[in-house]
Design a protein around this ligand. Structure first.
Ligand SMILES: Nc1nc2c(ncn2[C@@H]2O[C@H](COP(=O)(O)OP(=O)(O)OP(=O)(O)O)[C@@H](O)[C@H]2O)c(=O)[nH]1
Ligand SMILES: [Zn+2]
Length: 373
């Protein structure tokens, strides 16, 4: 397959030993903020896999590193600071082992909100530039699901790109499917592709800027693995049939940071299918930017788009420019985002209360010892 890169990298890092892993001037600057002040010799590395208490790394060779006491403690206090897939870290040698001394400042992060009351937000992937959202042409499309993936992607700070996969299976319905997808993908580009026929692959490959880091989102069976294999021109991921047939990984090496021929990288992170809307609501706002624009034209600044006069949102619905179902989904996702945030706040409050109680106890204990009884 040929690869045309229409976009040029902001800085050419192909000469750098870590250039193949997405090293760039931003990461270099982040590294420079921790390295000189350290008493140890520090080396930069990229996390490919987060495990319990340790991480898999590329530097550029594969290594495993444990967390330094400081990084471990910080992670215990705030889970979101734990090194995660895609993170750049500073490591040092300690005997035979590598130790993660610092997690470098992140750019885009894909965050899954804690679901249980006491669970923390989980950073699924760090330093991602783009999210490729896959939606199969023969299964809907499910626009509500797409909006959720888009909200998550926008909130990450990365650029979402939508792939309508398995295009050839939609037959005559394809234009209709793509049109429907486009009604909910304001601001995101849509590519119609087929891993089987090769349709649209060169155009999509052209989007994969060298050194950029991508994450795949999409429901099970959407064709993510097949698409990645087709883009790579190689079997880099197991696809549905193989998994079903052999109940094991077929690919020779399980690579979590998968290099594409053009120099882009795909982070393969397990368990990204369960999607909750990020609490800050910014992702939802970006996803529904079309409605946001309409709302700006309402007569009242605080219009609730109910029965108010001069409501531009309702006018758009009346004129058939805005689907009421999309409007309802916008309300629902905003409510969810709001709810998630308040829940997060409640959790923070509870944590703080616990900490105060602990400090109180420690203080009382110290006072008791001082009094000598
Ligand atoms: N006809 C056709 N089938 C496809 C295409 N892409 C993928 N498939 C099939 O769709 C099924 C699911 O594809 P996968 O690539 O495994 O899907 P996935 O999104 O990686 O699935 P999970 O790993 O479960 O999330 C497989 O049986 C593929 O062969 C395509 O372009 N055309
Ligand atoms: Zn209004």
């Amino acid at each position: 397959m040929s690869h045309h890169n229409t976009n040029t990298a902001a800085d050419d890092n192909s000469f750098h030993p870590l250039g193949q892993l997405g090293w760039n001037s931003r990461v270099e600057a982040a590294f420079e903020t921790v390295a000189p002040g350290s008493e140890h010799a520090l080396y930069p590395a990229r996390v490919t896999e987060a495990r319990r208490g340790s991480v898999g790394l590329r530097m550029p060779q594969h290594e495993t590193a444990k967390l330094s006491p400081r990084v471990r403690k910080a992670a215990e206090a705030d889970h979101s600071t734990a090194p995660t897939s895609g993170d750049w870290v500073a490591v040092r040698r300690s005997g035979d082992a590598w130790l993660v001394e610092a997690v470098l400042d992140r750019a885009g992060t894909l965050v899954r909100q804690g679901v249980a009351k006491d669970s923390h937000d989980q950073v699924l992937a760090a330093n991602i530039d783009a999210v490729l959202i896959c939606e199969a042409a023969d299964q809907g499309p499910n626009v509500g699901r797409l909006e959720r993936f888009l909200s998550l992607a926008w909130a990450s700070g990365a650029t979402p790109v939508v792939a309508v996969t398995k295009a050839e299976l939609a037959g005559d319905r394809l234009p209709e499917v793509v049109e429907l997808v486009e009604t909910v993908t304001t601001g995101a580009d849509v590519h119609t592709v087929s891993a089987h026929t090769g349709l649209g692959l060169a155009e999509l490959a052209a989007r994969l800027r060298p050194g950029s880091t991508w994450v795949l989102l999409g429901t099970s069976g959407a064709g993510k693995s097949s698409l990645l294999n087709a883009l790579a021109g190689d079997t880099v991921m197991d696809t549905g049939e193989i998994r079903d047939d052999r109940r094991g990984r077929h690919t020779t090496t399980h690579r979590q940071l998968i290099p594409m021929p053009g120099g882009a990288l795909f982070l393969d992170i397990p368990g990204v299918r369960r999607i909750d809307v990020p609490g800050d609501g910014s992702g939802v706002d970006r996803t529904f930017a079309d409605i946001g624009e309409l709302a700006e034209r309402c007569r009242f600044r605080d219009c609730s788009h109910g029965a108010e006069p001069g409501c531009a949102v309702n006018a758009a619905v009346d004129e058939g420019e805005l689907d009421t179902r999309r409007l309802e989904r916008w309300y629902r996702l905003r409510r969810e985002a709001e709810w998630n945030r308040s829940r997060g706040d409640a959790r923070l409050r509870a944590e703080r209360r616990k900490e105060w109680k602990r400090n109180d106890r420690v203080g009382r204990e110290a006072a008791r010892l001082k009094r000598g009884f």
